[in-house]
Design a binder for this molecule. Sequence first.
Ligand code: ITT
Length: 210
Amino acid sequence: MKIVLASSNRNKYREMKEAFGPIGVELIYGGDTDVSIEVDETGDSYEENALLKARAWSEALGMAALADDSGLEVHALGGAPGVHSARAVPGSDADRTMWLLSQMEGAEDRRARFVSCIAVVFPDKEPPLVYRGICSGTIASNPRGSGGFGYDPIFIPDGYNATFAELGNQIKTKISHRAMAIKGIAEMLIPVLQYYAVRTMEKSRFVQGQ
Ligand code: ITT
């Protein structure tokens, strides 16, 4: 089954593209399709925004769509930037990273967590699937490393002494919030894929029998 990734964030696609092969899903990068979709992320939660994105892409392309809505929640900042992580301040990922470090100046409590919520929407009446993944860690005092994207240079996952940007994609795709969300959503997808496979088989039997 083909599912489109409802995103033009190529970094997310890089972290997700291999993950669904083992359950028989080919994930297509939204940026490689001939539609360009801008979704207003007006939801108050990751779940709402992931569903908004997945619905918009599924309707536009008439196929199943999978969206990730994610963010960084910093304990000392009351959970900010959270659902607003991509737009916390205007500018580049590096600008937002430096802004976050400035907000954290002098803070002893460096606890933080990344959250990823993945939603899958189908083109028929099948109910959507939603799953949330979390990765806990701490905020570094300076940006370190060149891998990943977003706040990766300042996030040190628990159990490691290096940032996501230093650890690189091979480790990140095993332990990150997105990896956890992918694992959960893949388990939810398996029975749905089986249902579609049986339905397709029955349809083709019906056509042959006519
Ligand atoms: P799409 O909506 O097109 O998928 P986006 O980048 O706008 O792409 P989000 O609205 O979900 O995605 O915003 C998530 C932001 O949270 C992202 O831009 C980063 O700033 C941050 N973020 C999420 N996951 C991250 C990760 O794995 N590493 C670093 N930063 C991350």
